[in-house]
Design a protein around this ligand. Sequence first.
Ligand SMILES: NC(=O)C1=CN([C@@H]2O[C@H](COP(=O)(O)OP(=O)(O)OC[C@H]3O[C@@H](n4cnc5c(N)ncnc54)[C@H](OP(=O)(O)O)[C@@H]3O)[C@@H](O)[C@H]2O)C=CC1
Ligand SMILES: O=C(O)CCC(=O)C(=O)O
Length: 419
Amino acid sequence: MAEKTDGVNLWQAVVEQLDHLASLLQLDPGVHAILREPKRALEVSIPVKMDDGSLKIFKGFRVHHNLNRGPGKGGIRYHPEVTLDEIKALAALMTWKCAVVDLPYGGAKGGVICDPKKLSPKELEGLTRRYTSELIPLLGPERDIPAPDVGTNSQVMAWIMDTFSMDKGYSVPSVVTGKPLSIGGSQGREGATARGCVFSLLEALKVLGQSPESQSVVIQGFGNVGRHVALDLYERGFQIIGISDSQGGIYNPQGLNPQELYECKLKTGSVVHFPQGERITNQELLELECDILVPAALEHQITGANASQIKAQLIVEGANGPTTPEADQILEEKGIFVIPDILANAGGVVVSYFEWVQGLQAYFWSYEEVDQKLERLMRKAFLDVYELAQKKKVSMRLAAHMIAVSRVAEATRLRGIYP
Ligand SMILES: NC(=O)C1=CN([C@@H]2O[C@H](COP(=O)(O)OP(=O)(O)OC[C@H]3O[C@@H](n4cnc5c(N)ncnc54)[C@H](OP(=O)(O)O)[C@@H]3O)[C@@H](O)[C@H]2O)C=CC1
Ligand SMILES: O=C(O)CCC(=O)C(=O)O
């Protein structure tokens, strides 16, 4: 959703943030100019034969923002409100995310304007295969490696891998990550984004001198990221008091059981039908009295209009770009500790990197090995950002971007920007 919130869409927000960084870091003007634009953006038209015999044309995108640190990496989003600007912004955020956790990747993202909930499995497969075949010139284990994002999952990744492999004439599992385990996926990838959020949250509580016990948590979004965050934190004894999905939220100050909530969602389609809680709106959910807020749905949910009503003292950005620049300023003035998206939700791409490495070597690791490596990498990245934030007396978001943009700028400069 790159809609105008606070008069700025996600792409404009990303560019404004880069401009701020450029003056702070005294970036070379040539490097700055390169980073302000995606390297390439492909728009494709996707004809799909629908189950009723009609032909429907969908529109899709794939954007490479910057590839100086390695091949493009980033998810594919299926959502009715996808726009090219949104995908450009999400690709740039991938560039910064891969750099802040020091992965050898550049940033990419893709999206198709569609509502996957309204497509049959056959239509979804047809759309995915046609979209993939249009993207083939951009894709490959050394070029661009997609993964799941909003509205896509391991089945969609399997179809992408198969379509790409059919074109090559042999199996190329490392063209995507987030695949099913049986065709070269990694242990731990499904819950990895959430697991990364949890590791960075635990590290934050440590530096803030707070104990995990008795912390109340509100989570917006109950998909891949939100649901796994809820399950993990519940297991650790956190009290989950509010959860939402696209239809609204459910609130219970005595605590919610996320497994029971998931079973209810599977049966009824939404968390709002959970009997042990009060039904609330997504806006009310964000403003609930709680210690920790985890936005894990879409971008620009915390805006200039509601930021001053946020009660949480710690925000873990599971979603990409959930906070507008105006809201960010308000949260900072309120002294709320924000673990920014490019750090908090990097666990997904970290385990995607592990999946890619395992696939290229055709040698697979245990869940414990994946999880230990993820924990080590996330805790280190958190502390690197925290220490810089303390040293420079800046927010965690600014510190994370200072590290990320410096690394990308260095790679861009070393590879040479002028002919
Ligand atoms: N998957 C991954 O590995 C990664 C994802 N992210 C980011 O995390 C966020 C969530 O992604 P993911 O969990 O994968 O996506 P999913 O599609 O699995 O889940 C999205 C969730 O958000 C809910 N939602 C959609 N619109 C709204 C709304 N307007 N208000 C409240 N909730 C809403 C959906 O509701 P419903 O269930 O009703 O559809 C669903 O529960 C995105 O910003 C994504 O870019 C970041 C890093 C990696
Ligand atoms: O796993 C990946 O490669 C990227 C996931 C993603 O799209 C994201 O981190 O926003």
